[in-house]
Write a protein that binds this ligand. Structure first.
Ligand code: SF4
Length: 391
């Protein structure tokens, strides 16, 4: 049998590791397969098409791919995150949906040779699931059981310079197992000359201990991503950043959820906290950057194809205003990453009242445009002054 593995994602940042594992399993069964990233297989050359889905807003595209595949192969099935969360979207048109992880394929190392180029990074995970059940997260729905995964090293081929870990909550491992896993990562990185470790979904600040902080700091090139998604992490988040800064971490990237059930004041507090932490730590002599990455909540119970969900305390205009300020202040990176507290306040307001006034300012786009212009002018003048002072 010949199976076409189709990645339907429009903008992919990484290859689909799930499809590569499926590829390895298919070959192990004695069947053949080929990978199609954003393209369709030629008609008549494959018996089946297995389509992967990731983002819910990409589902119409995935459905188009499934419909088009139907004319080219005998059987079409879909899997991946959005198909697992919203199977009805596809089954109502008669497509088969495989929900969650395919256990038969999960143990296989990815078939990297299916990719058109040798990858510079490996993707693996040392755990599956998460013991928490945050209502905004799809993990408890897709991988309901938390536990360690064995043989995660098999997914790391020789010659890669980076390992991306897709662990949802690695710090939730029991202390001894965590100790052992982080030591194994460190050893593998040293043995294979890995320059960068990225624990992509983020670290649970509430679970960081001195011991795990010591071990994390030993991982090459790690810029810890903590989550400050709600007030439940308040205090823990600040403690975690201070602990890692004391151990030498230079850059922090923090996920900050908005447009969910938290208030606008809480959102302001959470992004301001990172700006204040940066000021505090720099004043103490640590050369750190503490960036916030605001993430707009997307429902995990009902599909939000128009990407138009409005959080409980939010108005549509508030949600859109946050995106506008973010875009103007970050120069497109979409991080809140001011160099000083003054710069933070320049864009986001000096307090919650100013922040709310700013969000509801009738000509916000024009105001942001002016602020961007005058900041550019200020910086140009400062550079010129420095040059004439010979600095
Ligand atoms: S701790 Fe993180 S991974 Fe776990 S359920 Fe909450 S958001 Fe999801």
């Amino acid at each position: 049998m010949r199976i076409a593995l189709i990645d339907t994602t429009k903008r992919r940042s990484h290859y689909s590791v799930a499809l590569l594992k499926l590829g390895a399993w298919i070959r192990d069964r004695g069947d053949e397969c080929a990978l199609f990233e954003g393209t369709l297989p030629p008609a008549g050359e494959f018996d089946e098409a297995w389509l992967s889905t990731v983002f819910s807003f990409d589902m119409p595209r995935a459905l188009d791919f499934a419909r088009a595949s139907r004319d080219r192969v005998e059987r079409v099935q879909l899997g991946g995150v959005s198909a697992s969360l919203f199977p009805d979207y596809f089954t109502r048109e008669g497509f088969e949906v495989v929900r969650g992880i395919v256990p038969e394929a999960d143990g296989f190392p990815p078939a990297y040779d299916l990719l058109s180029e040798r990858p510079e990074y490996a993707i693996t995970k040392t755990t599956h699931g998460c013991p928490r059940s945050c209502d905004f997260c799809m993990v408890p729905r897709i991988e309901p059981k938390f536990g360690a995964r064995e043989h995660w090293q098999d997914a790391v081929p020789e010659g890669v310079s980076q390992i991306i870990f897709y662990d949802n909550n690695i710090l939730a491992l029991p202390p001894r197992k965590l100790d052992c896993t982080l030591t194994e990562i460190c050893d593998l990185a040293a043995e294979r000359k890995i320059r960068e470790i990225d624990i992509n979904p983020g670290l649970d600040a509430r679970l960081l201990t001195s011991r795990s902080a010591d071990l994390l700091e030993g991982l090459p090139g790690l810029s810890p991503r903590f989550a400050f998604d709600g007030m439940q992490a308040d205090g823990y988040y600040q403690r975690a950043v201070r602990m890692m800064a004391e151990r030498g971490t230079k850059e922090f990237r923090t996920y900050v959820l908005f447009n969910h059930t938290g208030t606008l004041a809480e959102f302001y507090y959470r992004i301001r906290t990172s700006a204040e932490l940066q000021v505090e730590l720099r004043a103490a002599g640590y050369r750190v950057t503490v960036k916030s990455y605001p993430m707009k909540f997307t429902p995990v119970v009902e599909p939000d194809l128009a990407r138009d969900h409005i959080g409980f305390h939010w108005r549509r205009s508030d949600r859109d205003a946050v995106r506008k300020i973010l875009s103007s202040s970050s120069g497109g990176s979409m991080y809140v990453s001011p160099t000083t507290l003054d710069e933070f306040e320049y864009w986001w307001g000096r307090n919650v009242d100013e922040f709310l006034t700013l969000l509801r300012y009738p000509k916000l786009s024009l105001l942001l445009q002016r602020r961007r212009g005058s900041l550019r002018l200020k910086r140009a003048r400062a550079t010129q002054r420095n040059r004439s002072d010979g600095r």
